[in-house]
Write a protein that binds this ligand. Structure first.
Ligand code: IPE
Ligand code: IPE
Ligand code: MG
Ligand code: MG
Ligand code: MG
Length: 296
């Protein structure tokens, strides 16, 4: 199976899990909010964070079904982050995943509440007792995702990203922003796969974390590049949005070619670390290659 086929399978699988998670709360959720949650979660999305949970968890010997809860939880957090990222007070984007953003399709207040509800649902799912996890595993996964998404993780990165529209920052500062706003959730996806597979090996966990950090920064560099090089139609989000919003990106400091080189270096380091692991790493290697060759 090629990596694209495997990603398609994971995508279909997690889409079904996401639908189920929302269907489970439909009867007791206000209808308008429910529609906004579905809009923000169910249509489109590459589902790369769930794919990382599945790939790493399976590499470490976990059955697929034991990885569903963290895969859904991290995607819910990601979807919430996108809804809020697109709000007029933040990036003010009208298009996401080829469709009107949540605040355009509904309204700002509904979009804010939908983001809030997606976040809560992620933690509710992780904290609900499940037969195949120990309470300690659930606590670790909940704490890890909370930290990665909060003030010292994704949200902190979003704050710094917005501030960097107004003040000049340095390349190391931008690197830090990328690590927080995007790297933390991608790293958490890998770590969640390891925790759900009941990984007890600290050295292995730290290696996986380093791989996640490299992938995460490379992923945001690619996102910045695609914003310049790709069309709105293929991206499913507005091309040139970064420049229009006066964002600081890697391209504020270097050429497209240099940014591609920086990305390739991060990816090569990640692959070298992965190769040293005593597991069948091929699927994860292919995924890492896919990341820098993606077109949207
Ligand atoms: C976009 O993430 C936002 C970033 C963190 C760069 P993705 O490129 O994974 O977006 P979807 O989920 O596929 O829409
Ligand atoms: C977003 O970064 C990172 C998030 C935490 C959502 P961007 O603002 O570059 O993401 P896009 O380009 O709008 O998807
Ligand atoms: Mg943004
Ligand atoms: Mg944005
Ligand atoms: Mg972007």
């Amino acid at each position: 199976m090629t990596i694209l086929q495997q990603l398609n399978d994971y995508q279909a699988h997690v889409n079904h899990q996401l639908e189920q998670a929302l269907t489970d709360i439909q009867a007791i959720t206000p209808e308008r909010l429910y529609q906004a949650l579905c809009h923000a979660t169910l249509a489109g999305g590459k589902r790369l964070r769930p794919a990382l949970v599945y790939l790493v968890g399976q590499m470490l010997g976990s059955p697929l079904s034991h990885l569903d809860i963290p895969a859904v939880a991290v995607e819910l957090i990601h979807c919430y982050s996108l809804v809020h990222d697109d709000l007029p007070a933040m990036d003010d984007d009208p298009l996401r995943r080829g469709r009107p953003t949540c605040h355009i399709a509904f309204d700002e207040a509904t979009a804010i509440l939908a983001g809030d509800a997606l976040q809560s649902l992620a933690f509710e799912l992780l904290a609900t007792p499940a037969a195949h996890y120990t309470p300690s595993q659930q606590l670790s996964m909940t704490g890890l995702l909370a930290k990665a998404s909060g003030a010292t993780g994704m949200v902190g990165g979003q704050m710094l990203d917005l501030q960097a529209e107004q003040v000049q920052i340095t390349l190391p500062e931008l690197h830090h922003i990328h690590r927080l706003k995007t790297g933390e959730l991608l790293t958490a996806s890998i770590q969640l796969g390891a925790l759900a597979a009941n990984c007890q090996d600290r050295v292995l966990f730290d290696r996986l974390t380093q791989i996640g950090e490299n992938i995460g920064i490379a992923f945001q560099i690619q996102d910045d590049l695609l914003d310049v090089t790709q069309s709105t139609e293929i991206l499913g989000k507005t091309q040139g949005a970064d420049q229009a919003a006066n964002k600081t990106t890697y391209l504020s400091f270097m050429s497209i070619e240099q940014a591609q080189q920086t990305m390739a270096q991060l990816i090569n380091e990640a692959k070298a670390l992965l190769e040293q692991l005593p597991y069948a790493t091929n699927d994860v290697q292919c995924f890492i290659d896919y990341l820098i060759h993606r077109h949207y």
